[in-house]
Design a protein around this ligand. Structure first.
Ligand SMILES: [Zn+2]
Length: 318
């Protein structure tokens, strides 16, 4: 598909960002329905226009999310092999801050508790603000999203009597790292650096977390900045890992494309591989390579006819 070059999409995006849609259609001499497809492709490729964000009504709301919590403070008779009962909890953990962005979006949204809220362990205000984004999300991406962020968010939502969000699918980059690779470490910063990304600038240490609990504005500011920094890093790592992710939510279900799109990124720029099939025990399907995200996917439709299937034999179960 040679006409779907990044340069051409960039040009179209710029014209559309500066003009109303029907005027852009006339200026570019492209039919409105075709123009919509171009914009959709520009959006899935993360092409940005200096004149503004490209609206893409066919894409799901995909969030990159990360939260920072306080530790719990507990009383202890020692530091080795302790069993700490719940009666030894001096202060329960709570949320310091959250940060998120839309995939390929330019803006990072975030919130942090005030020193007064921190001293009181009161994160209700920032949880209510976070809920507004989570409730409208279709997919949330995060490092340890399933094991940590999702459960921590839910714990605070229910604690404050907040309704469950409407529901979303998740992509947990930590699970991907563990299941598809054997990196020496699965920490976000380590994976980022290994893959040639800048990594975290500021790692902080436990004393910062404790000073935040004591209501230090300076440390809460640092926590907030640190949290926001993790968001872009998580997005970059997700995009690197993306072609290897198994079980990714199907973006094709959110649009109404009249052509085949990559299930993982929504791009129409996919090439079916000649003579290369995906086999199940009783069926085979055409495979494709996505030129945008490099994923290998397959058609949902069988590549064998009902006539061919008549001659298939299979194993017996018992
Ligand atoms: Zn793709």
């Amino acid at each position: 598909m040679p006409h779907w070059t990044d340069e051409r999409l960039q040009n179209i995006a710029d014209v559309c960002a500066k003009n109303e849609f029907h005027i852009a259609s006339k200026l570019l001499n492209i039919k409105e329905s075709t123009l919509e497809r171009y914009l959709r492709e520009a959006s899935v490729r993360g092409i940005k226009s200096e004149a503004g964000e490209i609206e893409n009504p066919h894409q799901p709301n995909i969030l990159i999310l990360d939260i920072e919590n306080s530790p719990s403070i507990v009383a202890s008779w020692g530091i080795r092999k302790q069993y700490i009962g719940t009666e030894y909890i001096v202060r329960e953990w709570y949320m310091f801050s959250w940060a998120l962005k839309y995939l390929h979006g330019t803006e990072i949204y975030s919130d942090v508790i005030t020193p007064e809220e921190s001293l009181a362990g009161d994160d209700k205000r920032i949880l209510e603000n976070l809920w507004k984004f989570v409730n409208y999300a279709d997919i949330i991406i995060g490092h340890n999203m399933d094991g940590f962020d999702k459960k921590k968010m839910n714990s605070r939502f229910i604690y404050h009597g907040i309704d469950p969000p409407s529901g979303y699918q998740t992509v947990d980059t930590l699970k991907v790292a563990r299941s598809q690779f054997s990196f020496t470490s699965n920490k976000l910063d380590y994976i980022a650096r290994l893959l040639g990304l800048p990594g975290k600038e500021d790692k902080g240490d436990i004393t910062r977390w404790l000073r935040c609990m004591e209501g230090s504005q300076e440390d809460l500011d640092k926590m907030h900045k640190y949290n926001r920094g993790d968001i872009t890093l998580t997005e970059d790592v997700y995009l690197k890992l993306r072609p290897y992710i198994k079980g990714h939510p199907n973006l094709g279900l959110f649009g109404n494309s009249e052509v085949d799109v990559c299930y993982k990124c929504g791009s129409v720029d996919i090439d079916y591989l000649e003579g290369d099939y995906y086999y199940t025990t009783v069926n085979k399907f055409k495979k494709y390579r996505c030129n945008n995200c490099r994923t290998i996917g397959r058609s949902h439709f069988s590549a064998i006819t009902a006539e061919d299937r008549k001659h298939l034999t299979v194993a017996v179960a018992k």
